[in-house]
Design a protein around this ligand. Sequence first.
Ligand code: G1P
Ligand code: ZN
Length: 543
Amino acid sequence: MTMTIVRTDAFTDQKPGTSGLRKKVTTFKQINYLENFVQSTFNALGDCTGKNLVIGGDGRYYNQTAIQIILKMAAANGFSHVWVGQNGILSTPAASCLIRKYSAFGGIILSASHNPAGVDGDFGIKFNVSNGGPAPESITNGIYQQTLEISEYKIANAADLKLHELGQQTIGDMTVEVIDCVADYADLMQAIFDFDAIKQLLASDFSLRFDAMHAVTGPYAIEILEKRLGAAEGSVINGIPLNDFGQGHPDPNLTYAKELVDQMYADDAPDFGAASDGDGDRNMILGNHFFVTPSDSLAILAANATCVPAYNTGLKGIARSMPTSQAADRVAEKLGIEAHETPTGWKFFGNLLDADLATLCGEESFGTGSNHIREKDGLWAVLFWLNILAVKHQSVNEIVLAHWKLYGRNYYTRHDYEEVPSEQAEALMSHIQSQLSSLVGKNLDGRIVEYADNFSYLDPVDNSVSNNQGVRIGFIGGDRIIFRLSGTGTQGATLRVYIESYEDDATKLEQETQQALTQLIELASSIALIEKFTGRTEPTVIT
Ligand code: G1P
Ligand code: ZN
C-alpha cells in the first residue's frame, strides 16, 4: 500500500459537542475538514497500529463519501481490521452492539442524529470507545486539542471499497469486512426480550405502527417487528432509508412525527405507536390517543423491568440526565436502588453502566437504554414496551395511569427556542446566572426556592468533574425549572427550558400538561426575560 501525507491547516471550530462534531454538510465538504477531524481523532488515540474499528452511519447524504475517506485514512494510520455496515449503514445502537460483540478498539459513527439531512442539511461524526459508548470528555477534549495543532494527515492511495458487497476486501494490510447491518443487533434484541410473548400479542387483536421517518431504523424495524415478531406487513411506515430522510426532520416527537401522531389520534388508531430518529437511538411511545412522556417512559420501564427476561432479576440502579423528570427517582426509591443524576448527553452514563451502578438510563429527549449496549436505543425501548404490554395484558394508557396512581405524576414539558442568535442566548443565560444566589429561600408565586445553581457533576467512578451543565431552580416539594443551551445545534443557539411539577392528588392526574404547568411556564419566562432577550413570544418546539 502506498500512502500520501497531506499538509493541512487547522480549523478552529472542530470542538465536539454533546454528541460528536456536528456541522452543515457544506462545512464538512470544505477541503480537508473531515480529514483533519479524523486524523485528529487517530492522533488523540495514540498508536493505532494493529487496532480495529467498527464504522457505519445513518445513511444521510455524505455518509458513503465520508466512509471511503475514513477507511483509507484508517489503513494509512495502521489499523488492521475494520467492520463496516453494508452500504455504510449502521444505526447508532447497532454500532455500539458491534463494538462490544467484536471486542473492537472503538468505532466511528457518522450521524447528526435527528438533524435534517441532504445537501444543505447536517452531517456529524463521533468516536465511540471500546465499551461501545461515546468517548468521554477526556478523549473528546484531546481530539479538539489535536484539531487545533494538526498540520498533516495520512491517507492510503487506494480505490474506493465496494460497500454493497458483503465479505472481506483489503486496503494494503488492513482488512475491510462489510457486514450485514441488522443481523447482530436483531439477535441481541431476541436475547433480551420475550419474543414468544410479543409474537402472541402481535398475533392477537393488537395493531402497531412504527414510523422509521425515512431514516436508518427502517431495515431494523422491518426485520425485527415484521419478520421475526410477525407484525402485519405495513406496520412499519416510512421504512426505506433515504439520504435526505425524505426532506423531513427525523426527530420522534409530537411536532415532527406528524404522520404517526395523526394515525394514533385517528378514530381507527392502532393500539401502539412508536417512532425513532435519524440514527435510531431515540424513541417516542404512543398509545391509542395517548402520548407517553419520555421521562415517564423511563420510570415505567424501570417499574416493570421484571417483565423482561434480561432484567427479571432486578435492576442495579437507574440513571437519568439532570433535566429529565424525577419520576424515575420515585421508582428507584421504591425498589431500594440508587438513582443517579448526570449531565445531559449519553456519554455520562458509560461509567455507571460499566461499573454496574445503573442498569437502565434515560433522558427527557426521547432517549432510553440499558447496560445491553452503551448508547440509547430506540427499538430496544419499543420492544421493552411491547414486552410489558404482552405480559401485563393492559393497554399503554392503562399502564401509565396505574403508574401515576401509585407514584404520583411528574408533569413535564420542554420548551425549545431554536436558532436564537448566540449573543442573545448567552446574555439571557448570564442574566439568569446573576440572580441565582439571591433566589434561594424566596417565595415565587407560592413556591419556595430550595436551591438555585449551575449543575456540576462528580462522576462517582472516575471522579471527573463536569461543570456548567445547566441552570436549575428547584422548589421545595420537587418542582423545577431548568435552563440550558443545546450542545448539538449547528445554527445559532437553542435555548431549552425544562419545567416539571409533581402532583399526587388522585383527582388531578389527568390534566393537559401545558395547562397543568402554566404557572411555572410563566415564572420561567419572567425569570429569564425570554421575550426581552430573544424577541420570542413562543417556543419553536414544545415537547
Ligand atoms: C440533545 C439532547 C440530549 C441528547 C443529545 C444527543 O442534546 O438534549 O439529551 O443526549 O441531544 O441526542 P442538546 O442539544 O440538548 O445538547
Ligand atoms: Zn439520535
